[in-house]
Design a protein around this ligand. Structure first.
Ligand SMILES: [Zn+2]
Length: 397
């Protein structure tokens, strides 16, 4: 008797045939067919019989990757003035997991968990802000830590502990508009305490800081995340000679994660090029996607992978920084960020466009590249979720 996984149209729900798989978690960059069944990857092989799947999509010449993971975005759509609709901004870019970076705090997260996130097909996770209402008042206050009474360590830690699978850590914004210099150390201490009490990790915004960057890094240990690491503001990762500062190197060496969170204003092309030239690479590539004011250049994940490739990362490294690495930062390397059989059925399929492409930052620098990943399709939980410019209805793929 033949195994049901290997024969009959019921063996796989969906099969992608003829594409090139780039999956750094498995060390594969080669022609592979990929099949899905019951929401997970059911087979990866050089050839899988099309008759074994109830739905087949031919993708010759296209690149298949694990669904990308955006470690820093803003997805509390409808509750934050600058939060985006996750399915439109993630699935259209081959991104199947979005991590909300502190849009909510312990007072206002339940609606995000119960109403906003479940209305999306993208897998959505969160970091709770150390401020009780997250970024809800950002448009009028520019940040949330002007009055330190907004911080309650115990209630923040309890909210995170009570929501495993939804909350993955604590966000704190070290930005001059968000926290005064005389409160910044205390805010860092409290955020670190909340992360410690909840057994999770810190994510710290480090662009436009009110205190020196080394002071901030002192609070950060292995697995904590420096987000906007490559910003071009004062107190960045480079010294006056353009060298990586020793405290930054030490932080990276002890396992502090260097995350991009591009946002246009928080990722400077010259800083990235200088860092890459010194073999200092981002651990994770993320968007900081939000509704941007005019003049701010925000890119989605497919363009950021392309842009970092154009700036000098290998395509494989840029994809790893958008799949397997963020998965391990979240402690989810057994579930997402890989297309090994048994992993979640989240994948991206890209057309590899060749030509001359130009990407910008908000400082006016630009990067030229010859290759751009153009999203053809996103697969979420083993079903087509977005294809050729169209969001697919749930259950109708
Ligand atoms: Zn952000």
């Amino acid at each position: 008797m033949t195994s049901p996984l290997n024969s009959g149209p019921e063996a796989h729900d969906l099969l992608l045939t003829g594409g090139t798989l780039l999956d750094p978690s498995q060390g594969i960059h080669d022609r592979r067919d990929v099949a899905f069944k019951d929401g997970v990857v059911s087979a990866v092989a050089e050839r899988i019989d099309p008759a074994s799947a109830s739905s087949v999509v031919d993708v010759p010449g296209k690149l298949i990757t694990p669904g990308l993971i955006d470690l820093h975005g803003h997805f509390y759509h409808g509750a934050n003035g600058t939060a985006v609709h996750a399915d439109e901004m993630c699935l259209s870019a081959g991104c199947t997991t979005g991590v909300d970076a502190g849009s909510a705090g312990f007072l206002n997260y339940p609606a995000m968990r119960d109403y906003v996130f479940p209305a999306h097909r993208t897998r959505l996770l969160s970091f709770l802000h150390i401020g009780a209402i997250g970024l809800a008042a950002n448009r009028v206050l520019g940040g949330g830590l002007h009055d330190m009474r907004i911080i309650d360590v115990d209630q923040t830690a309890d909210a995170i502990k009570q929501n495993p699978g939804f909350c993955y850590g604590v966000k704190v914004r070290m930005h001059i508009n968000a926290v005064a210099a005389w409160n910044a150390h205390e805010a860092m201490r409290k955020a670190k305490d909340a992360a410690g009490q909840s057994g999770t990790r810190l994510m710290v915004h480090v662009s436009g800081t009110p205190i020196p960057l080394p002071d901030i890094l002192e609070f950060m240990g292995p697995g904590d995340i420096v987000t906007h690491a490559f910003n071009g503001n004062p107190e960045g990762i480079l010294d006056n000679q353009g060298k990586i500062r020793p405290q930054v190197k030490e932080a990276a060496e002890r396992g502090v994660i260097m995350d991009v969170a591009h946002a246009g204003v928080h990722c400077d092309v010259d800083v990235v090029k200088s860092a890459l030239g010194q073999e200092f690479f981002p651990d994770t590539i993320s968007t900081d996607i939000h509704i941007a004011p005019p003049g701010r250049t925000v890119y989605l994940m497919n363009d950021l992978v392309s842009k970092f490739h154009a700036m000098g990362m290998s395509l494989s490294d840029a994809v790893a920084a958008s799949t397997s690495k963020p998965a391990s930062v979240l402690g989810m390397e057994d579930e997402i960020g890989s297309l090994a059989p048994g992993m979640s059925g989240d994948a991206a399929v890209y057309d590899l466009r060749e030509g001359r492409f130009v990407w910008f930052d908000s400082a006016g620098h630009s990067v030229d590249g010859k290759l751009r990943l153009d999203t053809f399709m996103s697969v979420r939980a083993g079903a087509v979720a977005w294809r050729e410019g169209q969001l697919m209805q749930m259950g109708n793929c």
